[in-house]
Design a protein around this ligand. Structure first.
Ligand code: OXD
Ligand code: MN
Length: 610
C-alpha cells in the first residue's frame, strides 16, 4: 500500500508534511509492515485526548468516573495485568553485553521474528504516532522518543505520563536522535469484526517486550498494559536509557526523588531505589509525622542523574505523571496521592460502582453496594475475591500532586545528598543502616533483596535479589552496571551522596510488622538528613552504621526500646549466611563483577567475624 494514501484521522498533522525525513521514512515503512487502516500523528492537545477518550467510551474500553472530572475507568484483559518479565528481551550482538540477569536474544533473529508478528498486526486499526519527551521539553537532560502504537489507551496514558505532542516534534527538528518505540497490542481486526474492550495477544508466550540498545529501538508486541506498553517508562527511561547512560557517563535509575526540609528550613534531596510495589510512591509523597518537617515530591519511579562540574549529583524525573499502585492507597497511607487523583486520571483494573465511582481494597472507604470487580463480575464481598487487581493502577499528572516540589521541572535537576536502597525483607535487614563508603554503598545496592510483589507476573513472596531495584530494568550486563557505579564514584569523589539501606518490612517472631511505616518513615529520613549534615551519630555494626540508642526520633510512637533494638539488630550468624548467599549470587557475573565488590564482601565477612 503506498503510504501517502493512508487516511489521516482527525489529526491536525499530515505525516507527509513532516519536516523530519527520518521520521517520515520510518512511518512509511512501519505502516507498510503493520497495515493500519488510518494514521494519526498525535498533537498532544487536550482536544485530542478528549476525542480519543470519548471514542473509547463509545467502544466500551473506557467508562467515565462520575465524581472525578475528565477521568476514566478501564479493565484490561485478565492475561494482561503486569509486566511480562519472562517475555522481556535485551537484543545485543554479543550475549555477554546483555549479561546473566537479562533474557538475551540475537538481534537479527529477534527482528525477523518480530517482523513476522508485526506484519499486518494493525489491520483494521489506527496507527498513532506519539512524539514524547522524557524530561522537560528541550532541557539538555531530556531525551526524545517517538512511540508508534495501535492503542488509544496508550496514547491517552502517554499524554499523562510524558510530555507529548507537537512541541516535541519542534524540538526534534530534523534530527534522527530519538528512541524508536514500536508498539502493537497484537490484535488485528478483520473487516466487520467487532472489537473487544481490551485488545491484546492473550497468550503470554506470544507477547514480546524487546530492546535493541545498539540502535536505540524498542519493539513491544501483544500487551497494552503499563510498562509493557507505555514505552517511555521502563523500556526507554530505564532499559534503553541505562545503556545510553553507561556510554555517556550518567545514571538512569529506578528511584524516586524527594525533597526534605527540616524545621530550620534547610532542604536536601534524596533518591531512593526500591523494587516495584514496595512503596516508592508512598515515600515520595510522604506526610511526615514529626513536627516541622516537610517532604516534597520530584518523582516516584525514575531518576536520571548526572554529576555537574561542581561534582554534585543532579537528578531529574523524566516522567510527567504517576502510574501508582491503587490497592492500599488511602487518605491515611498517602493523602497526597489521593489528592492527586481527583481529576484527569485513568484507573485500570480497580472496582467500579453502578454510580460510576472507583474503589479498591485499602482505600479507607466502605465498598460501594453495587460494584463490578476488575474482571467485570459483580463484586461479592463474601466471595474472598478482590475488587481491584493487586497491580491495578492510577495514571495521573504529577503536576496535580499537592506535594510536588517547586524544582520538579528544573532543567538542571536537583542536588542529591543521599541515596537509599531498600527492599521488602521480613527477616534480617535492620530498619536503616548507612554505608561506610561509596564502594560499600554500591555493594549494598548490588545485593538488594526483596520479596516478590504483584508488579510482575509470577510467584509472589519469594525472596529474590533485585540489585539497585534494577533487575528487570537494566539494559546491559549487570556486572558492568556495578562497575559503572564504582567508576563514577572514583571519578567524582569530592561530593558524593551518602548511601543508606532501609527496610520498613521487618517482622517480629509472630510475623507482625515491627515498624509503623508510611508517615513515620520520616523519622528515618530525619536521621538520614542529619547524618548528611553531620549532626547525627551513627553506631558501627558489621554491616554499616545504625542510629545509636535514642538517636532515632521515636517521640509519640508506641514503640518500646526493646522493639527498636530488634528493629536495628544485626544477627552476625545470619549475616554470615547472607554473605554466603551474596557470594553465590555474584558468581553469575564472572569477570564482569568489579573486584571492589568482592573486596567489600570480604570486608563484611571480616567485620562479622571480629
Ligand atoms: C512500575 C514498576 O510500574 O516498577 O513502576 O513495575
Ligand atoms: Mn517502578
Amino acid at each position: 500500500m503506498p503510504n501517502s494514501t493512508l487516511k489521516e484521522r482527525h489529526s491536525t498533522i499530515d505525516h507527509n508534511s513532516l519536516q523530519n525525513t527520518h521520521l517520515r521514512e520510518i512511518i512509511d515503512s512501519f505502516a507498510k509492515l503493520t497495515k493500519p487502516k488510518n494514521i494519526h500523528i498525535c498533537d498532544g492537545s487536550q482536544k485530542e485526548y478528549n476525542q480519543l477518550a470519548q471514542e473509547m467510551v463509545a467502544s466500551g474500553t473506557f467508562r467515565p468516573v462520575s465524581d472525578r472530572p475528565n477521568s476514566y475507568y478501564c479493565q484490561s484483559d485478565p492475561s494482561d495485568v503486569a509486566r511480562a518479565e519472562d517475555r522481556t528481551f535485551i537484543c545485543t550482538t554479543n550475549q555477554d553485553d546483555a549479561g546473566p540477569t537479562n533474557n538475551w536474544a540475537d538481534p537479527n533473529k529477534m527482528m525477523a521474528e518480530l517482523k513476522g508478528k508485526f506484519d499486518g498486526c494493525m489491520t483494521g486499526r489506527t496507527l498513532y504516532i506519539i512524539p514524547f519527551s522524557m524530561g522537560p521539553v528541550g532541557s539538555p537532560l531530556s531525551e526524545i522518543g517517538i512511540q508508534f502504537s495501535d492503542s488509544p489507551y496508550v496514547v491517552c496514558s502517554m499524554k499523562i505520563m510524558t510530555r507529548m505532542g507537537t512541541d516535541v516534534l519542534d524540538v526534534l527538528g530534523t534530527s534522527n536522535n530519538f528512541v524508536k518505540c514500536y508498539h502493537s497490542v497484537g490484535a488485528p481486526l478483520a473487516d466487520g469484526e467487532k472489537d473487544v474492550p481490551w485488545p491484546c495477544e492473550p497468550n503470554v508466550d506470544n507477547k514480546y517486550i524487546t530492546h535493541f540498545p545498539e540502535t536505540n529501538e524498542i519493539w513491544s508486541y501483544g500487551s497494552g498494559y503499563g510498562g509493557n506498553a507505555l514505552l517511555g517508562k521502563k523500556c526507554f527511561a530505564l532499559r534503553i536509557a541505562s545503556a545510553i547512560a553507561k556510554r555517556d557517563g550518567w545514571l538512569a535509575e529506578h528511584m524516586l526523588i524527594l525533597g526534605i526540609t527540616n524545621p530550620q528550613g534547610v532542604k536536601k534531596y534524596i533518591a531512593a531505589a526500591f523494587p516495584s510495589a514496595c512503596g516508592k510512591t508512598n515515600l515520595a509523597m510522604l506526610t511526615p509525622t514529626i513536627p516541622g518537617w516537610k517532604v516534597e515530591t520530584v518523582g516516584d519511579d525514575i531518576a536520571w542523574m548526572r554529576f555537574n562540574d561542581k561534582g554534585e549529583l543532579r537528578a531529574i524525573n523524566p516522567e510527567a505523571g504517576f502510574f501508582g499502585v491503587a490497592p492500599g492507597t488511602s487518605y491515611n497511607s498517602n493523602p497526597n496521592a489521593m489528592n492527586s487523583i481527583k481529576e484527569n486520571v485513568i484507573f485500570t483494573n480497580v472496582g467500579y460502582s453502578d454510580e460510576g465511582k472507583i474503589w479498591w481494597e485499602g482505600m479507607g472507604e466502605e465498598a460501594p453496594k453495587n460494584m463490578i470487580d476488575w474482571q467485570n463480575n459483580t463484586y461479592d464481598p463474601n466471595s474472598g475475591k478482590v475488587a481491584a487487581h493487586a497491580n491495578s493502577r492510577f495514571a495521573t499528572p504529577a503536576s496535580q500532586c499537592p506535594s510536588i516540589d517547586e524544582n520538579w521541572e528544573s532543567p538542571d535537576g536537583v542536588h542529591i545528598s543521599a541515596i537509599l536502597f531498600g527492599g521488602r525483607r521480613g527477616d534480617i535487614v535492620p530498619l536503616v543502616h548507612e554505608a561506610l563508603s561509596w564502594n560499600h554503598g554500591v555493594f549494598m545496592g548490588s545485593a538488594v533483596s526483596s520479596e516478590k510483589t504483584a508488579a510482575a507476573l509470577g510467584k509472589l513472596g519469594e525472596v529474590r535479589r533485585d540489585p539497585f531495584a534494577m533487575l528487570p530494568f537494566c539494559g546491559y550486563n549487570m556486572g558492568d552496571y556495578f562497575k559503572h557505579w564504582i567508576e563514577l564514584g572514583k571519578k567524582h569523589n569530592t561530593n558524593l551522596p551518602k548511601v543508606f539501606y532501609v527496610n520498613w518490612f521487618r517482622r517480629d517472631e509472630n510475623g507482625k510488622f515491627m515498624w509503623p511505616g508510611f508517615g513515620d518513615n520520616s523519622r528515618v529520613l530525619e536521621w538520614v538528613f542529619n547524618r548528611v549534615d553531620g549532626s547525627a551519630k551513627g553506631e558501627a555494626t558489621p554491616i554499616g552504621l545504625v542510629p545509636p540508642k535514642g538517636e532515632l526520633n521515636t517521640a509519640g510512637l508506641d514503640i518500646s526500646d526493646e522493639q527498636m533494638e530488634k528493629l536495628l539488630d544485626v544477627d552476625k550468624a545470619l549475616w554470615l549466611q547472607e554473605a554466603d548467599a551474596i557470594e553465590e549470587y555474584y558468581k553469575q557475573f564472572g569477570a564482569h563483577l568489579p573486584s571492589e565488590l568482592n573486596q567489600e564482601l570480604q570486608l563484611l565477612r571480616d567485620r562479622l567475624r571480629k
